[in-house]
Design a protein around this ligand. Structure first.
Ligand SMILES: Cc1cc2nc3c(=O)[nH]c(=O)nc-3n(C[C@H](O)[C@H](O)[C@H](O)COP(=O)(O)O)c2cc1C
Length: 473
């Protein structure tokens, strides 16, 4: 319900954005108390929205809705208010339901992995999902001294996907998934592959753990990494069946999973793709972020060794080199003044700069291709309500305020676009079918605002226009 309400407000914000810039000064009201001291409610949000839409509202003269301190009540105050309420709700949610973003999902045929899973649940308070086979494994099925038992046949077939009974209803709520399984023939059981392919893990952190007779977890970790896009895969761990709660707790502490969300992000534009990356927790990564924060950085990276692209940075960064086996997606500082992006694996002395998320090794190799590449790296920023701008994936900074021109006729459209541009708006949404592209064009031309500052969206019509889009535009 809460989300629905805020979505509804988002639509209102779009609807009134241009209108408010023109009108708000008529309703200017001075601040009386510091807005940071005010705890706004959904009622306030409705009041301000109605005010901006000039709908009749109760007496608001005692209210302080000038959150950005510009002596006017505008759509930006509405945005700031919405954000304050949303932040408050998030804090309360986090306080009430600790660890509701962690899931322990495990498969365990003889109960060993289950013991570890239960301890992880005890320690973290996470939710739990047991991965059970639709067709349960009998003792005969896992009698692995028999070369033709079901488990052995499945493990011998990389494409086997045993069906899972039941499903997770609300996978979206989880940021972290501890994934447990026994080692079967050195790998994860194929039912784990079924599980991984059943949900979207591209924005989640996955932490594998296993039990085994003696084998390590390594091959299964690699298989998981290569199977589906995973937001981040932390180093997994094999446990002895009788591992104590203290041992497991120490391991969980070492993951520092609570800090994971505060990382800064960047976009890497390469060969027409926008890759999302997180910056590492190193001094060099901080220096890189400072560099790209205000202006995107374009680099030429040269192909090297069929596993990396490497190129010179415009300045040196602080080196904290260590011997690292870089994996596909890792972004490293090399010799203090070069950036290396890996699409394969290599061991050398590097300082971490970041990691590309949500792409498999294979996809990354395809995106980067064989030869040299040009990449543009920009800091990913949320909407900034102080500067009232948003940074686009392309690296361009655009004012938040925009105008949708649907239903605006010729002169009305011309005047509206003119008012938008005069008031700092730079985004105009039109379409062939609105019949007002010419009026938009005239208003832009007459405004004297440099064309390269203005963002125009238009839409073409099915039929002849689709067949020749360049001509249509
Ligand atoms: C089909 C099969 C294959 C196995 N392969 C291995 C193996 O390669 N290496 C190993 O150390 N243990 C192997 N084991 C032993 C299990 O990994 C170990 O008993 C595990 O703790 C069982 O976990 P569970 O009780 O959660 O099912 C295998 C067991 C089965 C049934």
């Amino acid at each position: 319900m809460k989300n629905f309400l805020f979505s509804a407000f988002t639509i209102f914000i779009s609807a009134i954005s241009v209108f408010s810039c023109a009108k708000a000064e008529n309703y200017s009201i001075s601040p009386m108390t510091k807005t940071s001291d005010v705890n706004y409610t959904v009622e306030d949000l409705k009041n301000l929205r109605d005010f901006l839409l000039t709908k009749p509202a109760e007496d608001l003269s005692e209210k302080n809705y000038d959150l950005d301190g510009d002596n006017a009540w505008t759509v930006f105050d509405l945005c700031l208010m919405k954000r304050q309420i949303s932040d408050m709700n998030n804090i309360q949610d986090n306080e009430n339901t600790e660890q509701e973003n962690i899931l322990v999902a495990y498969f365990s045929r003889t109960g060993n992995t289950e013991k570890i899973a239960e301890k992880i649940v005890d320690i973290t308070g996470a939710d739990v999902f047991e991965i059970e086979a639709e067709n349960p494994y009998t003792d005969e099925d896992i009698a692995y001294h028999n070369s033709s038992c079901r488990a052995n046949l499945e493990q011998a077939d990389k494409a086997a996907r045993p069906e899972i009974a039941g499903e997770i209803e609300n996978i979206e709520q989880y940021d972290y998934v501890f994934l447990g399984y026994p080692i079967w023939w050195g790998e994860e059981p194929r039912i784990i592959d079924t599980f991984l392919e059943s949900y979207d893990f591209s924005d989640k952190t996955v932490i594998p753990f296993c039990t085994s007779g003696s084998s390590g977890i390594g091959t299964s970790e690699k298989n998981i990494r290569e199977l589906v896009p995973i937001g981040e895969q932390l180093a997994g761990k094999r446990f002895e069946v009788d591992s104590t709660e203290d041992e497991i707790s120490d391991w969980i502490d070492s993951l520092e999973i609570d800090n994971k969300k505060e990382v800064q992000k960047m976009n890497i534009s390469v060969n027409g793709h926008i890759l999302k990356a997180e910056l590492a927790d190193t001094q060099a990564a901080k220096e890189l972020y400072e560099l790209i924060k205000s202006k995107p950085l374009t680099l030429t990276l040269n192909e090297y060794g069929s596993f990396e692209k490497v190129g010179k940075l415009p300045q040196s960064f602080t080196k904290n080199d260590e011997q690292i086996t870089a994996q596909a997606g890792d972004i490293m500082l090399y010799q203090g003044n070069q950036m290396t992006i890996f699409y394969g694996e290599n061991s050398w002395s590097y300082t971490r700069l970041g990691k590309i998320k949500n792409v498999t090794e294979k996809e990354l190799a395809e995106i980067f291709g064989d030869g040299n590449v040009t990449v543009t790296i920009s800091a990913e920023r949320e909407f900034d309500f102080e500067t009232k701008t948003v940074m686009l994936n392309s690296g361009y900074e655009m004012p938040i305020m925009g105008l949708g021109t649907y239903s605006l006729t010729d002169e009305e459209c011309y005047n509206s676009v003119t008012a938008l541009l005069e008031n700092g708006g730079r985004l105009i949404d039109t379409a062939y079918m609105y019949g007002n592209e010419a009026a938009v064009g005239r208003a832009i031309r007459d405004s004297n605002v440099p064309r390269e500052e203005i963002f125009v969206i238009t839409k073409i019509y099915p039929g002849e226009q689709f067949a020749n889009p360049e001509k249509a535009i």
